[in-house]
Design a protein around this ligand. Sequence first.
Ligand SMILES: [Zn+2]
Length: 430
Amino acid sequence: MVINNPESPKGEPKNPAIHCARWVVPVDGPLLKDGAVVIHQGTILAVGEARKICRQYFGTMIDHGQGAILPALVNAHTHLEFSALHGRIRPTASLGEWLLAAMAGMAGLTTEQIRQGVRQGIEELKRYGTGLVAEVSNTGLSWSALVYSGLEFHYFFECLGFDQLNTGPLEEDFPFMAEAACDRNNLSAAAHAPYSVSAALFDRILDWNRRNGRPSGVHLAESQEEVKFLQHGEGFFRQLLESLGRWRHDFRPPGLSPVAYLDDLGYLKKRTVAAHGVWLTPEDRELLAARDVWLVLCPRSNRHTGTGFPDLPALWQAGVKLALGTDSLAGNADLNLFGEIMALLKAYPHFPPSELLTMATLNGAEALGRGSELGSITQGKKAALLFIPLRSGSNFWPDLLTAGAAGRMRWLTGPEGSFPFCHQEIAHVP
Ligand SMILES: [Zn+2]
């Protein structure tokens, strides 16, 4: 139902849109029954109970009825470049098995097939309500598609080099960081993982991000193979490095857990965004919390790649800052973050569902340094809003999450229409 009431009191913006619904989920405040969100020129002007808002604001009122308005989701870890492998890699028993299948699969793709997959992945992100995404790429092939996608994104350019001992500027070996950097504060350097990046390269990545004020990315404590490699220098990753001609004979395993090793290298900082954290000791969890690191959980990917499942209650209890990511379509059924929420809820049915939604929205935005703009329905933030229809008299949280996981959602202001924060810049494609 749309009611036009364009008269506005002095000082108030002319004819803002007032979106009303049975429920509004601000995320950073209590759930609102019969709530309203006022937006004007792509910015949230106010949020509150509809009866109060309607006394205060005059404009075009759109009553969406039974259902919930919520902020756009934030997918804090994916690899769009693997999207063309969707459905082609079956769940594996170990990460090693999955990695070999993914590497073989990627080697068989043309650049155009990879780009086509990226475009399909972007469409899927939009369809499932993602407004901000963290893309992890080691080729840069997904950059220009994201620039023109209308999605907000943070780009982690992933550096690999177990045998990389150069100590010069990062751009010498990874020219993408020079070519794409041009004043874009949504580009970071990322380390692939402790088993694929030398200590010298970790240093250079951290240095680039520190100089440019950007978050640092890394895959961390994802598999048992990674733990074994850092303890003893043996196992799947040693064999892989040897077969790729990347093994270093002078390498001495640190004999530390992945978390303790990265802490030793000084890589665990407030602005570090680490993905996975499946294989952690209690001391590791304490260290992650003490260093104020963001940990992005990708539970369905962990199942698919045979690495295990994150211990959410233990992480929560330790005070680790948590966000959610889908990881790639080569290791997940879809890019719907509600799928991650449901997987965690199924494993930990007593965990508060509202906290899981916070991880999928506000926490992700904060992890990517965008918490002041996105992730919640808050005055002054960008208006990227979703609507999920619900039955009347529904059991709110279970029904909301089930509907979200089934993809029953639409944008109120977002990529499918008047997305208020489209990127217009010219892409720099190396
Ligand atoms: Zn990943």
